[in-house]
Design a protein around this ligand. Structure first.
Ligand code: FRU
Length: 494
């Protein structure tokens, strides 16, 4: 019997707990995805770096954990790069190898080697290295390359190469701001600037999981720098959420091009956190591909999966688009997803208030696309799964498009956190005519509006997990073009 809520196309640990994606890097023909991992239980515990590899970003092979907690601390989130020229001097015969930068985290109450008892958590940045990407060694036994800063939240280093200033740059979150460090040898790091305090969304907890990259404006040669930052609580619809800033980065300082009070969310769902981009994707490919933890710290510990807990969102390609409000980050599923799906049904057009267009697909994976043109105050409902446990309602208001997300369902004896079924809505600057692409896999729903201008990523635990959809409208006629319904290609994955 299939395991409850084990998705087919989304990455999950074979067993145990997973949170943030870590150390995303392409090396020797493989995407490596590491992740915050506790193999011995389905709730958070002493953090390891789990490890999977893939050639297509969809089918992942699990390998033994790359990093284990020890007396130098737990292995919190971080990033990886290819050290092509053996700049670090850690590899043999000048060959390239991988470097992973992570936070060693020592919990309060731990007794250190010198007999001292830890009062506040110690968070410092450490380095691990691997010649082949498979076997990892902690540099200097996990001793920090950047020691603790005396701040309770100092973590999640992301390292990038900054070509214009010919230096390595590390972005680290530190309390309510981001710190930027520079290095030429990848071992010694110098603090060069800070960004944050009055900018964007903040909450009680520290900023987390930053990323920094340059993105091309679609249809132009222009580029901008994007700084991604997570807040673990107090986001737009409760709990954790991922924001970003668009601006310039000269190798030392990030300059925000928007007003400090502007908050740009990467996703409008409840389950999209700790987004990180892959390093070292070959330049002939050139995509900026991200992976994201598909859960929310508000309720992630109590959800109805059994052997494992948490999956990653479908990897996405990011792009910059010119919207009515200015430049924004858009997202589309990686094209590799297409090769896993086949066409299921013919397009439909026009819908009147008395009918429901629906289809039960005999697959737990479905991708359904349509374009609709709503009249003022008309509501389009997209219900998903046999019992309609997940529903999105789209309403055209003067202020824009209101999208309401409803999560229902009974889960038998499975435990589920009381915060999970919470309904919410947002109003987005979207015209009456809009397109929707929805990807359903067992346990989740990902919605892209207008080709990825806006995205909604939500966990979705339904009673019947066959990926059925039903589209209806509450009044009048609705012009609708359904372009495709696709389901999983039967085979290896099914
Ligand atoms: C974000 C986070 C990171 C930290 C990791 C610990 O989800 O809190 O800041 O490194 O999880 O697992």
């Amino acid at each position: 019997m299939a395991e409850a809520y084990r998705p087919k196309l989304h990455m999950t640990p074979d067993q145990g707990w997973m949170n943030d994606p870590n150390g995303l890097v392409f090396f020797n023909g493989h995407y490596h995805q590491f992740y915050q991992y506790y193999p011995h239980d389905t709730v958070w515990g002493p953090m390891h770096w789990g490890h999977k590899i893939s050639q297509d970003l969809i089918n992942w092979q699990e390998l033994p954990p790359a990093l284990y907690p020890d007396e130098s601390g737990m292995c919190f989130s971080g990033s990886a790069i290819v050290d092509w020229n053996n700049t670090s001097g850690l590899f043999e015969n000048g060959k390239p190898g991988l470097l992973a930068f992570y936070t060693s985290f020592i919990q309060p109450e731990v007794i250190l080697a010198d007999g001292r008892k830890v009062e506040d958590p110690i968070q410092q940045q450490s380095l691990a290295y691997s010649q082949d990407g498979m076997i990892w060694k902690k540099y200097q036994g996990g001793q920090p390359i950047i020691p603790a800063r005396g701040n309770p939240g100092f973590r999640d280093p992301k390292v990038i190469w900054h070509p214009a200033s010919q230096a390595w740059v590390m972005v680290v979150s530190c309390g309510q701001h981001i710190e930027f460090y520079r290095s030429t040898n990848l071992l010694d790091w110098q603090l060069v600037s800070e960004f944050g305090y009055r900018h964007g969304a903040h909450s009680k907890g520290p900023w987390e999981c930053p990323d920094l990259f340059e993105l091309q404006v679609e249809g132009s040669e222009e580029t901008r720098w994007v700084l991604v930052v997570g807040i673990g609580e107090g986001a737009h619809c409760g709990g954790a959420g991922t924001q970003y800033f668009i601006g310039d980065f000269d190798g030392k300082t990030f300059t925000n091009h928007n007003h400090p009070e502007d908050i740009l969310w990467l996703d409008f769902g409840r389950d999209y956190y700790a987004t990180q981009s892959f390093s070292d994707i070959p330049s002939e490919d050139g995509r900026r591909i991200v992976s994201t933890w598909m859960s929310n710290h508000q309720y992630s510990l109590e959800l109805p999966t059994q052997a494992f807990r948490s999956s990653m969102a479908m990897p996405r390609e990011l792009f910059l688009l010119e919207s009515s409000a200015g430049l924004r980050v858009g997202q589309r599923f990686v094209r590799e997803l297409g090769t896993m799906l086949k066409l299921e049904s013919k397009p439909v057009s026009a819908l009147s208030a008395s009918e429901v267009k629906s289809s039960v697909v005999k697959s737990s994976v479905m991708k359904c696309e349509f374009t609709a043109a709503l009249s003022q105050d008309q509501t389009l409902s997209l219900a998903l799964f046999e019992d309609h446990d997940i529903e999105f309602q789209f309403k055209h208001l003067e202020a824009g498009l209101e999208i309401r997300s409803l999560r229902k369902g009974q889960f038998g004896h499975a435990r589920i956190d009381e915060h999970y079924p919470h309904d919410y809505s947002v109003v987005l600057p979207v015209a009456a005519e809009f397109s929707v692409s929805v990807l359903v896999d067992n346990g989740s729903v990902e919605l892209l509006i207008n080709g990825g201008e806006f995205s909604f990523t939500n966990l979705a635990f339904a009673r019947n997990t066959d990926a059925m959809y039903a589209i209806s409208v509450d009044n009048g006629e609705l012009p609708i073009q359904q372009s495709a319904v696709k389901i999983l290609v039967q085979g290896e994955q099914a």
